[in-house]
Design a protein around this ligand. Structure first.
Ligand code: HEM
Length: 458
């Protein structure tokens, strides 16, 4: 086992606090940047192994402090944005969402904007979304025939694109603009590159394409908003919720803000849900005992009719545990960042103004002190008597505290629905590709190709 680095004591603010122990190694000036770029998870894990629950390393000339463990997560997530700011940490997203929207707005304004999403996530809306996701999934597999093969990453990417655009953007986008939307969205996604950390408006081709795409998307949303206002049509989607929303001073969202909020919801929810659906099925296929458990639950529930109602899906416990476990082992957002705008103290350790602060769901979920036999795939850990996810701030695939994911219930419901429809109709098996995590990009998923063979159930 690696010897742990010791913290040093300093006088800070009102009293004595510890300076976070420093990770060994690192080069002059660049610090641990090369190691971070080459193997981010490896570096984060090494920081925990060497330094313990609080560890510090150098990145792009700044100190990054990694906090691990439920108590550390709680202490950090509870600090206000004026002290530890997500907006400053995620400023590379501002040109994508738009100035004045989400991370591009003042914390109080952002909180109001986020609050506006709640009506879109209520139970009555969940019912509509469930029907939409079940229908989209049924439609896409309608032409599959008795047997065949798919590539899982591409398939789930496409399916969740359809479901997300229906539920979030509305039927107009899904039915009339899906091709152009796919292109625009692609350019926006490709505009999220590491250069953004240095300056989000550098004159590079990827950023120019991103800005053109954002402008075009704004026009597309305005067109639809205008049409809805003229015709009086009301959608059961996030777009409608945002069109109906207002700030506490009574003002409405501008079309620019509506566009930005929709893009934010798509970015938060699309890729994360797509890779988690892929991982859920992959892990089940690799663990036949749990696959059997889930299949029995689904087949038992939908014996006579495929009535995929919100209530029936909500009650699929084994399936939900399988989704949760895929998310624990493969958290798509593997690092959550904040930038310190003021000196502060977290769990007795000093954080200085200008430091980066991080928690890593990936590292945190591999901790045997928090999850029994943490590296093992075991959906039963959420069952009665164990409930390992109930310890506050232990299970952090959806983050925690004031910025905890708003779409977690929607995401889980969507993934359960897709899994239920697929397993109800077909048997699946892995076609033998090696399965690895793709560490390129901000959202981690399985590395394509992952080929799946399917055969219609007798
Ligand atoms: C499996 C799917 C998903 C995962 C793993 C996930 C994960 C997360 C995480 C970790 C955060 C916290 C980020 C941080 O603290 O820095 C977050 C925030 C957020 N998520 Fe999700 N998410 C998922 C799906 C969704 C969906 C479907 C939506 C919307 C429909 C959504 C909307 C949001 C929003 C709006 C925030 C920001 C909340 C705030 O800052 O106040 N997410 N998500």
């Amino acid at each position: 086992m690696t010897a742990r680095a010791e913290p040093t004591s300093t006088t800070f603010g009102s009293g004595k606090v510890k300076r976070p122990p420093k990770l060994k190694g690192g080069l002059p000036f660049v610090g641990h940047t090369m190691a971070f770029v080459k193997d981010t998870i490896g570096l984060l894990q090494r920081t925990y192994d060497e330094c313990g629950r609080v560890g510090r390393f150098k990145l792009f000339g700044k100190d990054m402090i990694l906090f691990t463990g439920p108590e550390a997560h709680e202490a950090l997530f509870r600090l206000p944005d004026e002290v530890l700011s997500p907006n400053a940490a995620y400023k590379m997203m501002v040109p994508v969402f738009g100035e004045g929207v989400a991370y591009g707005a003042e914390p109080a304004r952002m909180a109001e904007q986020m609050h506006m999403l709640y009506p879109a996530l209520r139970n009555n809306r969940m019912r509509t979304y469930t029907e939409t996701v079940a229908r989209e999934t049924s439609d896409i597999i309608a032409g599959w025939g008795d047997e065949g093969e798919i590539e899982a990453c591409g398939f789930f990417g496409m399916l969740t694109n359809f479901t997300s655009s229906s539920c979030l953007l509305g039927t107009e986008f899904r039915n009339e603009m899906s091709e152009e939307f796919a292109k625009v969205y692609y350019d926006l996604e490709r505009g999220i590159v590491a250069w953004g950390y240095i300056h989000p408006y550098l004159p590079i081709p990827a950023f120019r394409r991103r800005d053109r795409a954002r402008a075009r998307l704004g026009e597309m949303v305005s067109e639809i908003v205008e049409k809805r206002r003229r015709s009086g049509y009301r959608g059961e989607d996030f777009l409608q919720t945002l069109m109906d929303s207002q700030y506490s001073d009574g003002s409405k969202l501008s079309d620019h803000e509506i566009t930005g909020m929709l893009v934010a919801a798509m970015f938060a929810g699309h890729h994360t849900s797509s890779v988690t659906t892929a991982w859920t099925l992959i892990e089940l296929l690799r663990h036949p005992v749990f696959l059997d458990q889930v299949r029995r639950e689904i087949h038992g529930r939908y014996v006579d009719a495929e009535d995929y109602t919100y209530e029936s899906l909500r009650d699929l416990e084994q399936t939900e545990n399988a989704v949760k476990e895929a998310l624990r082992i493969h958290p798509p957002l593997f690092i959550l960042l904040r930038a310190a705008l003021q000196d502060c103290e977290v769990l007795g350790y000093e954080v200085r103004k200008g430091n980066w602060v991080a928690v890593s769901p990936m590292v945190a979920h591999r901790d045997d002190e928090v999850f029994r036999n943490a590296l093992a795939y075991d959906p039963d850990r959420y069952g009665p008597g164990r409930e390992e996810d109930k310890r506050p701030f232990a299970y952090i695939s959806f983050g925690g505290g004031r910025h905890k994911c708003m779409g977690n219930a929607f995401a889980i419901l969507q993934i359960k629905t897709i899994i239920a429809v697929l397993l109800n109709r077909y048997e699946f098996e892995l076609a033998g590709d090696s399965i690895e995590t793709d560490f390129q990009g901000l959202v981690l998923g399985p590395r394509p190709p992952i080929r799946l063979r399917y055969r219609r159930r007798a």
